[in-house]
Design a protein around this ligand. Structure first.
Ligand code: PLP
Length: 372
């Protein structure tokens, strides 16, 4: 990436000089790497500023291209990222209706309910490959078949799945797919949208001819180069995630066996190799995070207090957790650099923190009084 900041800084739209041509070549190299990884064609990959933009483009682009043709209905789930849910809410202003499918306690949708939700006016099914909070992986190929059999476009938010799960856009009948570089250790602020050729979708950013005129604006060449490299590494290491799965399972077992009154969120096995999410009864997620930070451990809580709302995560509530339990949820995301010692340190630290917080918890004290 550094080379494209300080040596090869040409504008890829300027093909009359070598520096410009080199930049363009670098973009096209990344496009090929991404396309090959998904079993797509190069001209089906459009670089964007990340997952949020790709999700916005997929939904708004399909909605605006199709809603004058009697199509005004989208199907999605209650556990999508806000990039999907808030976009669907925005589209309601234009008369586009959305059905939000329920999920079971593991976060899986019911395929029969999906079939029942399809109407003649349905233009798009948008379902995430894997959930960012609880790690649950959906039955994407079966969903793709349902969409295809019913003549409905299928968009997949694969931001969390890219690099962890086998993706083959043809086999899985995917028409549109969102990706983001920073979820696979690439740079922030770059991603892509896969658009199957022939898909009816409006252009997203109007301006110059970049990205074949569909997403205008001078490209962040260095970011696209970084994204390409991250996908190249993800492809190289793809079959090597046993180590990560073993670490994930060590953390799950460590927490289950050492801390009472916990609930594993997400599917026990059909989950991302790097995701561990538990609810700890009688305590509050934000307090756990503060104490973890003091020990040098970075994690995320299941509540959305940081985003200015006291509501617990919509994902956890959709899986049936009550508000109290959802508020005491923590997600750990593992990377390749984590060791078994790190996992054991986290388990020991969590045990101490939860014991300490429960000793101060008024809810825990009430429960104990009731029991006695
Ligand atoms: N979709 C999912 C499932 C995500 O997890 C995220 C980010 O966490 C996004 C979309 C948004 O991606 P970005 O941060 O690249 O905008």
């Amino acid at each position: 990436m550094g080379k494209y900041f300080d040596e090869l800084y040409g504008n890829p739209s300027s093909q009359l000089y070598e520096l410009g041509r080199k930049s363009k070549e670098a973009i096209e190299k990344s496009r090929k790497i991404v396309a090959d990884f998904l079993n797509a064609e190069e001209k089906e990959i459009y670089f964007t500023a990340g997952g949020t933009e790709s999700d916005n483009w997929a939904l708004k682009g399909v909605a605006f291209a199709n809603f004058n043709k009697g199509k005004n209905h989208i199907i999605t789930t209650k556990i999508e990222h806000h990039a999907i849910i808030h976009t669907c809410e925005y589209l309601e202003k234009f008369g586009i209706e959305t059905t939000y499918l329920d999920v079971d306690r593991y976060g899986l949708i019911d395929l029969e309910k999906l079939k029942e939700a399809i109407r003649p006016e349905t233009m798009l099914i948008s379902i995430m490959f894997a959930n960012n909070e609880i790690g649950t992986i959906q039955h994407i190929e079966e969903i793709g078949e349902i969409a295809k059999d019913n003549g409905v476009l299928f968009h997949v938010d694969a931001v969390q799945a890219l690099g962890s799960v086998k993706i083959d856009v043809k086999k899985q009948h995917i028409d549109l797919m969102s990706m983001s570089a920073h979820k696979i250790s690439g740079p922030k602020g770059v991603g892509a949208l896969y658009i199957k050729k022939g898909t009816k979708i409006d252009n997203f950013i109007h301006g110059g001819g970049q990205e074949r005129g569909r997403r205008a604006g001078t490209e962040g060449v260095q970011n696209i180069v970084g994204f390409g490299k991250a996908v190249e590494i993800a492809a190289r290491d793809f079959n090597n995630n046993e180590k990560l799965i073993a670490l994930r399972n060590r953390l799950i077992e460590g927490i289950k066996n050492n801390i009472p009154d916990v609930v594993l969120n997400g599917h026990p096995t059909q989950r991302l190799p790097n995701n561990v999410n538990f609810s700890y009864k009688y305590v509050e997620g934000e307090s756990i995070l503060l104490l973890l930070d003091m020990e040098g451990i970075a994690a995320s809580s299941g509540s959305a207090c940081t985003s200015g709302s006291l509501d617990p995560s919509h994902v956890l509530l959709a899986t049936g957790l009550d508000h109290g339990t959802a508020h005491g949820s923590i997600r750990f995301t593992l990377s390749e650099e984590i060791t078994e010692e790190d996992i054991d340190f986290v388990v020991e630290t969590m045990k101490k923190i939860i014991t300490k917080l429960r000793a101060m918890s008024p809810i825990k004290n009430d429960e104990d009084l009731k029991k006695n």
